[in-house]
Design a protein around this ligand. Sequence first.
Ligand SMILES: Nc1ncnc2c1ncn2[C@@H]1O[C@H](COP(=O)(O)O)[C@@H](OP(=O)(O)O)[C@H]1O
Ligand SMILES: [Mg+2]
Length: 258
Amino acid sequence: MTIRDDHALAADLATEAGERLLETRRRTGFADAAALRAEGDRSAHVFLMESLARLRPSDCVLSEEATREERLDPRRQSASRVWIVDPLDGTREFSEEGRADWAVHVALWDRGALTAGAVALPAQGRTLTTAEPPTLPAFDPAANNGRFRIAVSRTRPPEFVQKLAYLVGADLVPIGSAGAKISAVLTGEVEAYVHAGGQYEWDSAAPVAVAQAAGAHASRIDGSPLTYNQVDPSLPDILVSLPDLASALLAGIRDLHR
Ligand SMILES: Nc1ncnc2c1ncn2[C@@H]1O[C@H](COP(=O)(O)O)[C@@H](OP(=O)(O)O)[C@H]1O
Ligand SMILES: [Mg+2]
């Protein structure tokens, strides 16, 4: 098994799960949003679990849709390789007709680091992957008088984010799904993503794997490293940005929390 295989596998699985989710949307329709969400979550989880069990039988998997017992499986703590997957990130947006801000996340944690990952954005027709990390856009402080854009949750933005935007000279852009927001940083639709107040390892592992491979900044909002495959998968806050903006954003967040 080569490193390259893991990159390609992450991309293939995320992309295929995404194509199946598009089909689920077409088949089920949007009349019963709760039923569509439940079917999307379940079917993408089953596809990823069965595929990884077949293709990587020795590896562990941590999935958002796993049972509590599966998540507490002690083998995960002693495993050297753990796939961290979110079968459907941005579940709410998936069930809203016309929205494209939802994603499938497939990441590989290998002995302490995220070594491969892919974020499929099925309704945008693209998959961002560590196999071919995106080229980061350059940040030009001369453009727009230095103003830039911060992606935030549509429904649960951090309480400090309005003040942060004022402090650093940014505009807020509400987008659904952590994967779609981090992808928006990597593709130049926004320059940063800030979240706090609650989230889990599967919400960020795959997009952070791609962001790090692309050379973007990714950390907790206090600047400390994001760590994965912990006993408790809670990872409640995150900052992803173009590298040139990280120190100003971290300083702004620090000032607001004094
Ligand atoms: N306060 C919070 N507590 C727990 N999870 C949160 C959260 N805020 C956001 N998330 C999770 O982070 C993902 C992105 O959220 P958002 O679209 O609001 O930015 C969603 O994942 P899922 O869609 O997989 O449930 C959502 O559940
Ligand atoms: Mg999620």
